[in-house]
Design a protein. Sequence first.
Length: 245
Amino acid sequence: MPYSPNPPDRPSLNQAELLNHLLASLPEEVYDRLAPHLRKVELDLAQVLYEPGEPMGTVYFPNQCMVSLVQVMENGATIEAGVVGNEGLVGYPAYLGGQSSSSRAIVQIAGSAIALDTLVLQAEFNRGEALQSLLLRYTQALIAQISQTAACNRFHPIEERLARWLLQSQDAIQESTLELTQDFLSSMLGTRRASISLAAGKLQQAGLIHYNRGCIQVLDRTALEAVACECYSVVQTEYARLLKG
């Protein structure tokens, strides 16, 4: 069924005020076609946006939140394969034709996002114009991130991985304070809670972060970048090459 050309009335979303980089960078005429269908939503911590194999009726452009793409094992164990912040979109299979993903999409930092019906996105993507080019380049950047994360999880120590993860999280919401529990971090990074506690303790002792009761504050970003593995800069460079050039 094609999308309705006359969606329900909603408050208009000013493109210049959007924090999501993909929507903000669209040519005005493309954004104007999408604007009547966009709706601002608040995503809650640990909210599941879709499960593996589940059809996607909605895609999400994070505005000031962060979503993890998580692989779920048969025994229930999970590990993060990639993250989506305000640089991207949650639901790439919707425009690539797959309709569903092998990953779970779960909100790891609560906040605002822009929701769009899948059929609307597909119709604009199939025009073969600016949105298609932008989303294909974004997909290449996301694949690079997922590939780098796989290597990172195999080769780098937890302290470096935690530093990388905190930097990515701060980039996604543009805030120095992150509401994160050790249980959630251990699930995302695929390690024991005790390992997260030890790594966070080292970063705190070095004066890079302050951690207390599920809240992490980044105190020295420059020093945190120095501690993080090379994966952070590799991924940032690829996103800049593909999306900001």
